[in-house]
Design a binder for this molecule. Structure first.
Ligand code: PEP
Length: 247
């Protein structure tokens, strides 16, 4: 899978233009991977309508940790699903850092996404100080145990994982292919311990963090790197297309 994460970028009009451009670029090809674009809430219904009949799927970047009711400004998983979106990014490091989303809150979001038929793209990853202290394995293990390893195997089968070292997000510093492979293999081993080898082998584990048209092929060539979650480079259709082609 190659999934874009627009973050808080693009007006509705600019988002429509970007999707039109991407659709045109993909028109004559059948991507070898699943293609997902993660957009702000306000774009979802329009973009979902625009990509009908194409290989492109749509993701929200977040959903509420409550089902419905008096939570002004929040958008529920049920509302996301009603737009035609199929995926929901949950636990992005920016949500954890700037909006104080705890493992418990993220567990609720994952459960609500699944209960409403959305497939979570669950993000994990260590910050720079943790990598420098060689704590990345214990960090991602705790993140998985805190928010998704409570799921049944049937539920977990709908979860995509995205390993995103926080020190690499938007910084231009990319994990080396060897660093990515090492931790992706570790994450897969954790999934195997919890859910068995078959489910672990079928789990999609994306790499995210300054992945671009130049470095994508080398990262995606690693056996446990099943694609990418792409921030900055998903905002330019030709760059995003080049990353899709690299998978
Ligand atoms: C992201 O935000 O998920 C991300 C990977 O961003 P970037 O590609 O810009 O580093």
């Amino acid at each position: 899978m190659v999934a874009g994460n627009w973050k808080m970028n693009k007006t509705l009009q600019d988002g429509i233009a970007l999707v039109s451009e991407l659709k045109a670029l993909l028109a004559d090809t059948t991507p070898k991977c699943e293609v997902v674009i993660g957009t702000p809430f306000i774009h979802l219904a329009t973009v979902a309508e625009m990509v009908k009949g194409t290989p492109i799927k749509v993701a929200a970047e977040n959903c509420a940790d409550k089902a419905s009711g008096a939570y002004t400004g929040e958008v529920s998983a049920e509302m996301v699903k009603s737009t035609g979106a199929e995926y929901c990014i949950i636990g992005h490091s920016e949500r954890r850092a700037y909006y104080h989303e705890t493992p418990e809150i993220l567990r609720e979001k994952v459960l609500l996404a699944l209960a409403n038929g959305l497939k979570p793209i669950f993000c994990i990853g260590e910050v720079k100080e943790q990598r420098e202290a060689n704590q990345q394995n214990e960090v991602v293990k705790a993140q998985l145990e805190g928010s998704v390893f409570n799921l049944s195997a049937e539920e977990f089968a709908n979860v995509t994982l995205a390993y995103e070292p926080v020190w690499a997000i938007g910084t231009g510093l990319t994990a080396t292919p060897a660093q990515a492979e090492e931790i992706h293999a570790f994450v897969r081993s954790l999934v195997a311990n919890r859910y068995g080898k078959e489910l672990a082998d079928n789990t999609t584990i994306l790499y995210g963090g300054s992945c671009n048209a130049k470095n994508a092929a080398e990262l995606f060539a690693q056996p446990d790197v099943d694609g990418g979650l792409i921030g900055g480079a998903s905002l330019k259709a030709p760059d995003f297309k080049a990353i899709i082609d690299a998978r």
